[in-house]
Design a protein around this ligand. Structure first.
Ligand SMILES: Nc1ncnc2c1ncn2[C@@H]1O[C@H](COP(=O)(O)OP(=O)(O)O)[C@@H](O)[C@H]1O
Ligand SMILES: [Mg+2]
Length: 256
């Protein structure tokens, strides 16, 4: 299954969710590929100690000379670069931002990623795609190829602003109104009772599409990211690790 983690807002938890969910899926024995479509490369730094300079998703999308196998790496974690069984990554780099502008004029530009993934997707149980915080040609490539759209949203006054626009963009790309999506509530702080009630009310119209799992606000998640590690590696006993395991269980049972 190809899952994209999408929200045109920065800071909603896309990279946090992509990396931790990909790691947990791999730990459950599912062969998983994480594709970093964000030039900021926040997912790549978690699983590549050195981001390769000229064999990334950037070259894959910009040059016909590259085959997808050339940009797939075994994921590693920690200072000792321990390989993570079942987890692979296609990293991004900062030059992807320029490429995005260049491919905007290409024919079939929205299918570039899809056509590459077609060649290898049968080799993986899950492909997780981390999207940039904008709706651009990179996001459109991710939407085009997605089977499930996972939308993380944080608890805040404006967290659902723009969701209607996002849905319109998805409908345009998919040329359909019945795409599969799920909203994931992220960074809930149980002390903020009023804002939690507010956000739950805002989510009411979408409730069939809201995942049961809530990722709590948890400092270990933040520190793990600063340490360039999944939270399960940084602190396996944290709430963050617990919540991502629960999320993974829910994703594994999705559709079954
Ligand atoms: N549940 C959480 N608890 C604590 N910090 C979080 C949580 N989710 C995300 N963060 C922090 O918020 C920041 C933004 O998250 P990130 O995943 O990079 O967002 P995005 O990729 O959508 O821009 C990061 O510093 C991350 O560590
Ligand atoms: Mg990100």
């Amino acid at each position: 299954m190809k899952i994209i983690v999408l929200n045109q807002k920065g800071g909603a938890g896309k990279s946090t969710v992509s990396t931790n969910m990909a790691y947990c899926l791999a730990m459950s024995g599912k062969k998983t590929l994480l594709v970093d479509m964000d030039p900021q490369a926040h997912s790549s730094v978690i699983f590549c100690t050195d981001i390769p300079r000229n064999q990334t998703v950037n070259e894959l999308l910009s040059s016909k000379a590259y085959k997808i196998d050339q940009v797939i790496y075994q994921a590693v974690v920690g200072e000792n670069e321990e390989p993570v069984e079942n987890l692979f990554i296609i990293p991004s780099n900062i030059h992807l931002a320029i490429t995005a502008e260049q491919i905007t004029t290409k024919i079939h530009r929205e299918k570039l990623l899809h056509n590459h993934l077609k060649k290898i997707e049968q080799d993986f149980d899950f492909i997780i795609i981390d999207c940039p915080p904008t709706v651009n040609v990179l996001t459109i490539n991710a939407i085009y190829t997605s089977e499930l759209i996972l939308i993380p949203t944080i608890y805040g006054r404006y967290s659902l602003d723009g969701i209607a626009d996002l849905f319109r963009s998805i409908e345009d790309v998919k040329e359909a109104s019945d795409f599969s999506y799920m909203i994931l509530r992220n960074a809930r702080d149980s002390r903020n009772k009023l804002s939690n009630v507010f956000v739950e009310e805002q989510l009411e119209p979408y409730k069939k599409n809201v995942l049961q799992t809530v990722i709590r606000r948890n400092e270990a998640i933040n520190q793990a990211q600063m340490n360039s590690e999944p939270v399960m590696v940084f602190d396996p006993r944290s709430y963050g690790a617990e919540d991502f395991k629960e999320l993974t269980e829910e994703i594994l049972s999705y559709g079954s």
